[in-house]
Design a protein around this ligand. Structure first.
Ligand code: IPE
Ligand code: IPE
Ligand code: MG
Length: 247
């Protein structure tokens, strides 16, 4: 057995794919070129995650704050998502990948919404890796929508406020049924979460890598998984790795 196949693999990896614009600027190209190259990295990363035995891979593709960008760039990002689903859905389905979308779908363009729903429905029975695409996603927006959902349940008399606990909130989030991320990776050297999976990442290991997203290769991913395997996760308890002396 190789070393790689023995190491602890995170069940859920979530990635903030950042740095497309800077990757393009560094080459004197328009930002859109970086986004296009970034789609190739998405394909390679999905493949690498499946091969590593990751169960859930979440990719942050468009945030609820990315609407602040110029309209042309927003349109480009929407167009790339559409092209990705159209071109790759059959292959992903063939590979038994299940697709889940998190984020606010209600306020999305109809063409995008129906395409995303189609991808989810067509792959719903797949039992391979789950690919979660965070699109028009922001944690605060997600939590606010979950709170509104629970409030409506209370108002309808179906829920007692005393029964609202962390599990109920989990079940009301877009990520219902998806385990918390074990590992959150952000590319491009920025060290912030930018409103990504704030509730779900309560005990995630965070890894920041300097590479821009288009430069994030399978080898870099493997290095990050190696670093993850060496981390000591304690969840508020005591270490499993070190035997305490005299305690
Ligand atoms: C990440 O790259 C892609 C999205 C946010 C959609 P950026 O577009 O943020 O690239 P930088 O951070 O400006 O370099
Ligand atoms: C986070 O990247 C959003 C996505 C990767 C989709 P941003 O580039 O939007 O984040 P900030 O603005 O640098 O915090
Ligand atoms: Mg960015």
């Amino acid at each position: 057995m190789s070393r790689a196949s023995q190491r602890i693999v995170p069940q859920h990896v979530a990635i903030i794919m950042d740095g497309n614009g800077r990757w393009a600027n560094a080459r004197g190209l328009p930002r859109t070129f970086g986004h296009r190259k970034g789609v190739e990295t998405v394909r390679e990363t999905v493949k690498a995650a499946r091969e590593a035995g990751v169960g859930f891979l979440t990719l942050f593709a468009f945030s609820s704050e990315n609407w602040r960008r110029p309209e042309a760039e927003v349109n480009e990002l929407f167009g790339l998502l559409k092209a990705f689903i159209r071109r790759d859905l059959a292959d992903l389905h063939q590979a038994s990948v299940r697709i889940r979308i998190i984020g606010d779908k209600v306020n999305l363009r109809e063409d995008i919404r129906s395409l995303l729903l189609e991808a989810e429905e067509r792959t719903a029975e797949n039992r391979g890796m789950t690919l979660v695409i965070a699109f028009n996603y922001g944690s605060r927006d997600e939590i606010a929508r979950a709170a509104a959902r629970l409030a409506r349940e209370v108002q309808a008399g179906r829920l007692d406020p005393c029964d609202i606990d962390a599990q109920k909130i989990n079940d009301s989030l877009d990520t219902a049924g998806i385990p918390d991320p074990d590992l959150v990776i952000r590319t491009s050297g920025e060290e912030r979460l930018s409103n990504f999976l704030l509730w779900q990442s309560a005990y995630a290991e965070l890894m920041f890598v300097p590479d821009f997203w288009p430069d994030f290769t399978a080898a870099v991913f493997d290095m990050v998984l190696e670093r993850y395997a060496a981390r000591d996760r304690r969840f508020g308890g005591l270490s499993n790795k070190v035997v305490a002396v005299g305690s």
